[in-house]
Design a protein around this ligand. Structure first.
Ligand code: HEC
Ligand code: HEC
Ligand code: HEC
Ligand code: HEC
Length: 318
C-alpha cells in the first residue's frame, strides 16, 4: 500500500512495521522463490536505470528516485531504520500481505501449540487476531484487491499529467494474480502451485471489477484538470460499469451486481463533482463488503464465460 496515502485509511506497509522479505523467507522459501521471478522483485534494481524513469523524475523535479517518497510508495518496500526510511526491496510480501511486525508471530504460532494440537476454535481466534493486527490473508479478497489497485491505478494527478507516468495498468484481478504473481505453494505443501479454484476466481473477478469501479470513481472525484489523468480515470470507471452490467446479466441471481452498476451511474463522471463521486464509491465499497460476507462464489457460475482464461494470464507462474 502506498504509505503516502494515509487518507485512504490503510497502513499496509507502514515502514516502521516492515520486517522485510528475508524474514518471511525463513519459513516461506518456495513462495519467496516464486516472488523473485516477478516484475515486483526486479523493479528494485531495474526501474531507476531506465531512461523513461529518469525522464519522469526530471519532470517531477526529483533528484534521486530511490529516496523520493513519491516513487518509493509503489515501486519499493520501505523500512524505517533508526531515523531514516530505506528502500530494502521491490514490491514484496508485505506490500501485499501488509507490514508484518504486529502479526508475524501470531499468524504462525498455532496458538502456542502445534498444527495438530491447536483446536479449531483456537485456529479461528488466531487468524482473526492476525487479521485485526493488519495481516491481509488470501481469504480477504476485497482488501487484497484494494491493495493491488492502490498501486495499479495511480492516484497522483501530477505524476500523470506533468510527469508523463502511466495512469495505471490494464489491471484485472484473475489474470494479474494467476500468472507470474501466483505462489500458492504453501497449503499444497510445495507440491504444486495451485491456481485459484473456480469459485474463488469468480469472487476475484467480481470483487476486482467492483474495486476497479470504486477506485476510478474516487480518482475522477480528485481530478482537477481536463487532461490525461481525468480522461483515463473516467474511461476506467465507464468501462468497469459496463463490464459489471454484463456480469449482472450473466448472474441475475446475485442482485448486488446490479446495485454496483447503479452506484456507478449515480454520479456524473466530470470535474468538480467529488462529493457525489465519493458517495458513489462508498456505495460500491459497502456493496462489495456485503458480497464478500454473503457469497463464496459457488452460486456464481454465470460469470464463468466472462472470466479471463489462462491464455490471458500476465506472465507464467514459477
Ligand atoms: C516462523 C515461520 C513463519 C514466518 C517467519 C512467516 N510465516 Fe507465514 N505462515 C507460517 C505458517 C506456519 C502458516 C500457516 C498457518 C496456518 O496454518 O494457519 C503461514 C501462513 C501464511 C499465509 C497464509 C495465510 C492463510 O490464511 O492462508 C500468508 C499469506 C503468510 N503466511 C505470509 C507471511 C508473510 C508475508 C511473512 C513475513 C512478513 C510470513 N508469512 C512469515 C509460518 C511463517
Ligand atoms: C501509485 C503508484 C505508483 C507511483 C507513485 C509511481 N509508480 Fe511507476 N508504475 C506504477 C505501476 C503500477 C506501473 C506498471 C504500469 C503498467 O502495468 O504498465 C509503473 C510503471 C513505471 C515505469 C515503467 C515500467 C518500468 O519499470 O520500466 C517506470 C519507468 C516508472 N513506473 C517510474 C516511476 C517513477 C520514476 C516514479 C516516481 C516519480 C513512479 N514510477 C511512481 C505505479 C507507480
Ligand atoms: C503482488 C502481491 C503479493 C506479493 C508480493 C506476495 N503475495 Fe502472497 N499472496 C498474494 C495473493 C493475491 C495470494 C492469493 C492467491 C490466489 O488467490 O490465487 C497470496 C497467497 C499467499 C499464501 C498462501 C498460499 C497458498 O498455498 O494458498 C502465502 C503463504 C503467501 N501468499 C505468502 C507470501 C510471501 C512469503 C511473500 C513474499 C515472498 C508473498 N506472499 C508475496 C499476493 C502477494
Ligand atoms: C506497492 C505497489 C504494488 C502493489 C500493492 C501491487 N503491485 Fe503489481 N506492480 C507494481 C509495479 C510498480 C509494477 C511494475 C513493475 C515494473 O515492471 O517495474 C507492477 C507489476 C505487476 C505485474 C507485472 C505486469 C507486467 O507488465 O507483466 C503483475 C502481474 C502485477 N503487478 C500484479 C499485481 C497483483 C495481482 C497485485 C495484488 C495482489 C499487485 N500487483 C499489487 C506495483 C504494485
Amino acid at each position: 500500500m502506498v504509505f503516502g496515502l494515509a487518507a485512504e485509511g490503510t497502513v499496509a506497509s507502514d515502514p516502521a512495521k516492515i520486517v522485510g522479505p528475508n524474514a518471511c523467507a525463513e519459513c516461506h522459501k518456495q513462495e519467496s522463490e516464486a516472488w523473485q521471478a516477478t516484475h515486483h522483485f526486479k523493479t528494485f534494481r531495474e526501474m531507476p536505470r531506465k531512461k523513461e524513469a529518469n525522464q519522469i523524475a526530471e519532470r517531477m523535479g526529483i533528484q534521486r528516485i530511490r529516496s523520493d517518497s513519491m516513487c518509493l510508495g509503489c515501486h519499493y518496500t520501505v523500512q524505517q531504520k533508526d531515523s531514516a526510511k530505506q528502500p530494502i526491496a521491490g514490491i514484496s510480501c508485505e506490500s501485499c500481505h501488509s507490514a508484518g511486525e504486529d502479526w508475524i508471530k501470531v499468524h504462525s504460532g498455532f496458538s502456542g501449540k502445534n498444527e495438530k494440537t491447536e483446536t479449531k476454535a483456537e485456529k479461528e481466534a488466531r487468524l482473526k487476531l492476525a487479521d485485526s493486527k493488519g495481516m491481509i490473508r488470501p481469504s480477504s479478497i476485497y482488501r487484497l484487491a484494494k491493495n493491488c489497485y492502490s498501486c495499479h491505478v495511480v492516484p497522483q494527478e501530477d505524476l500523470v499529467n506533468k510527469g508523463g507516468h502511466t495512469a495505471g495498468s490494464a489491471f484485472e484481478m484473475v489474470s494479474w494474480s494467476q500468472g507470474e504473481v501466483r505462489h500458492n505453494t504453501w497449503h499444497s505443501k510445495g507440491k504444486e502451485n495451485v491456481p485459484a479454484n473456480a469459485a474463488r476466481k469468480r469472487l476475484l473477478y467480481l470483487i476486482g471489477l467492483g474495486v476497479e469501479l470504486e477506485t476510478a470513481l474516487r480518482a475522477v472525484g480528485k481530478a482537477t484538470a481536463r487532461r490525461t489523468y481525468a480522461f483515463a480515470m473516467a474511461k476506467r470507471a465507464d468501462r468497469a460499469r459496463k463490464q459489471l452490467a454484463d456480469a449482472a446479466k450473466a448472474a441475475p441471481n446475485v442482485p448486488e451486481i446490479a446495485k454496483l452498476v447503479e452506484y456507478g451511474h449515480s454520479a456524473g463522471l466530470k470535474l468538480n463533482n467529488e462529493r457525489f463521486l465519493a458517495a458513489a464509491a462508498d456505495g460500491v465499497s459497502k456493496t462489495l463488503t456485503s458480497i464478500s460476507e454473503k457469497y463464496d462464489g459457488s452460486t456464481m457460475a454465470g460469470l464463468d464465460s466472462l472470466i479471463p482464461g489462462p491464455d490471458k494470464f500476465k506472465g507464467a507462474p514459477k
